[in-house]
Design a protein around this ligand. Sequence first.
Ligand code: GTP
Ligand code: MG
Length: 451
Amino acid sequence: MSSDTICAPASAPVNSSIAIIRVSGPESYGAACSIFSKSNLIKNRYAAYGSIIDGDTIVDDVVLVFYSGPASFTGEDMTEIFCHGNPLVVSRILRVLFRHGVRAAGPGEFSKRAFLNGRMDLTAAEAINSLINARSEWEISASLSQMHGSLRDAVAALREELVLLKADIEADIDFSDQDIEFVSYESALVRVRSVEDSLIDIRRRCGEGRRASHGLDVILAGRPNVGKSSLMNLILNEERVLVSDIPGTTRDLIRETLQIAGIRINLTDTAGIGEPSDDVERMGIELTRKKIADASVVLMVIDASSGITAEDKEIISSIGNKKCLFILNKIDLVDKNFAKSLSRETGYPFIPISAKSGVGFADLEDALKGVVSGEFSDCKNSFLADVRVLNILDSAIERMNGLSELFGRHELPEIIAFELDELVAILSEVTGEITPDDVLGSIFSRFCIGK
Ligand SMILES: Nc1nc2c(ncn2[C@@H]2O[C@H](COP(=O)(O)OP(=O)(O)OP(=O)(O)O)[C@@H](O)[C@H]2O)c(=O)[nH]1
Ligand SMILES: [Mg+2]
């Protein structure tokens, strides 16, 4: 339990209807009583309406809730003050709290206290941070299931199995002078292999989760003036990028994020690939080519009014085997059967569209949804995991490998028991049961102030 009391705004520093200030620590109740006009109304989990006062001055009218520890977010006594949502008002209240012995909280300090007081494990703490920063529906659902223990339970079950196995092996050691066998090497090896398989599966699901959090890198490519930027604006549903009939309008990469089928899409508009008219355009084109190579999906845009040109073909061949959607833009300028006949002629399954009028957009959206579902078919079963967790899992898998070998060559049970102990310790790091201070510091410093 901490000896000092901390406070911070839990809401963003913007003008809004309500802002929230959080206080946690032993002085939460005392400080609240000193600064609140209706201190007699302050009761556990009761919303009290009154004013924050500073001497004779009314600072703001607020609702104040006191939570008696350990039944609070941090596990300590806490107070939450709901004041008017003006950052100046929030600062005034914080200053009054500072004068009553409460200090400003650092980033993630509330969550760190919650973790240290056993209110949640590290996977849940990290999931809260992911929930706050989530940029897609998938990330929100994954954060919520992780807050409720999905990764913790999966890892804990394996840890438990290793603890049981170690107990059986130690029983064998204890009774080695008698002729009782608690666990045969063969059956122990089967159990070890099954834990190893499950660990590999968890690692795979964490990798899948990381990929889904990053989202899909989609890039618009094509010759100058084919309507890439117009399409970008249509997809984003806003006038984000400059559009003009002058070829070479876009010179830099322009990246925006959106959601398709619940997954984050990182969409990049690029400079048209063609004969550059100056050095800046040349640089833009070079950058575009590099970016196409890095992207997962290319939206190859072709201008229907000029059909497929030699330059279009060169760009298509430079895309290689990458996932590509062929978009035939400006169909408002051509015959309605043109897309079909061009698809037949070239073998490219064109999606006809008019970025100008929006015709055909629904088909493009469906095609993108199809790509997303294909790329992230297993994301429902995945976990949110940062590099810390991935590293722990990798080293556990490596160690499990070594353990199987020990069984294979009938190593002494004492050595196997020691190895199992090490593995249990490694897996405990995922939930934070055994985690050095500096690691905790680096995890919670990534949180925002007030969380
Ligand atoms: N008729 C018609 N014109 C379009 C359509 N889409 C884009 N345009 C026009 O085509 C011109 C070029 O559009 P942009 O979106 O700037 O093309 P771009 O591919 O981004 O061009 P660069 O940035 O120069 O590579 C503009 O005048 C647009 O209004 C369309 O579907 N139909
Ligand atoms: Mg452009």
